[in-house]
Design a protein around this ligand. Sequence first.
Ligand code: URP
Ligand code: ZN
Ligand code: ZN
Length: 487
Amino acid sequence: MGFTVIKGGTVVTAEGERRADVLIEGETVKAVGQNLDSPAGARVIDATGAYVLPGGIDPHTHMELPFMGTVASEDFFSGTSAAASGGTTTIIDFVIPDPKERLLDAYKKWRGWAEKSAADYSFHVAVTWWSDAVHEDMGTLTKEHGVNSFKHFMAYKNAIMCDDEVLVQSFSRARELGALATVHAENGELVFRLQKEIFERGITGPEGHPLSRPPEVEGEAANRAIRIAEVLGTPLYLVHTSCIDALEAVQRARMEGQRVFAEVLAQHLLIDDSVYRNTDWNHAAHYVMSPPFRSKEHQTALWRGLQAGILQTTATDHCCFCTPQKQAGVEDFRKIPNGTGGVEDRMGVLWHHGVRTGRLTPSEFVAVTSANAAKIFNIYPKKGTIAPGSDADIVVWDPDKTRTISAKTHHQNIDFNIYEGMTITGNAAVTLSRGSVLWENDQLKTEKGAGKHVDRPCFPEYWNAQALRNRHAEPTAVKREKPAVSK
Ligand code: URP
Ligand code: ZN
Ligand code: ZN
């Protein structure tokens, strides 16, 4: 088993930063300390002047997702490779069964697709319908396949949307299994109605997309999911929180002691809704994703939510569609496949706009790009930190390296980049996944199939105790004499 030593850098974890070397044996961190000796024959990586960070975890991606009549253009190999070039070494993707499809069958299909991954991956499984078979498969997935989170789409009516009955059934089952319920919070019934009204008013272009999905639609669904979870005593995770309305619902619940977590996408922090009014249809269509980009006041609030810990994780919802795929909706914005890319750029744009602006410290950056996701999804400290015994998923991060983001130079399999032209300082110099170098000297060295599935056990220590405390007091009946019943 080979040794690698990363020498002379500043090691950053969510707990703090210190000058230290990192000794790796094979796939695992062996020691972190000052002036570590290099074993004979060890590979030495010089990290002088650089930060040494845990590899990023993107808890929300959709590689090769079949969606809205097409298939996302990024596959598990190209996607995990692009991720590695930007410092992300683990993705948590989504198995999305068709309504009536067995969860287990869908899960096996996705596991097959993911075998080509260059870096590690895990899966949330979506519950898109309800039956005894779904109840049973949730149990099998948690007990035998390392799944500890179930996703619920409250939008996408007539496709994968869950109604309240499904939410209640599935949240209850998740609680029983010690799994986390997650939601895409948008009221799909309202979206459906607003889409129709807007289209019938003659607004057929991409600008119709945000008009049909206003913040209230997200706020209502976020609050409903939170309240359902509260009544059932189920911990909850909101994906892609994009607006003040949802943020406030999360904040209120957390202030009440409820175990609610929330994710924000890098792009919702950095891009506003003016993109939908671009006169180039293709350009505007590339920003069609749900929830949509919001006005600047929402972006400011999201940054504050991240700083305040109301939002704990950052993700990308990486779901790529190339221009010809987006053009399926050229006559009707409702048919534009929803999704944007960004798995490659998340760490870089957050460092530039988060750390370099003083909004986040390097340790806070680690918390929101890896450690918190690792804790919430129960893969900490295997992932999300640099400590003896952890997987050697490590990024040597050059805080002075500048690049201008462009579709011409990115590694993502999509012909557009939502951050096109943005110059950022702070980038991955070397990326290691379980001790193997995937990215170095601006070159990818990824291998098909090198990534492994990461099992995620249920009942995470990180949130379970609190979840149990949130349970309502056991109801009791009142002892009383039966009244005389008058005839
Ligand atoms: O627009 C999006 N976000 N597409 C991917 C599916 C989802 O809603 O997460
Ligand atoms: Zn979603
Ligand atoms: Zn998504």
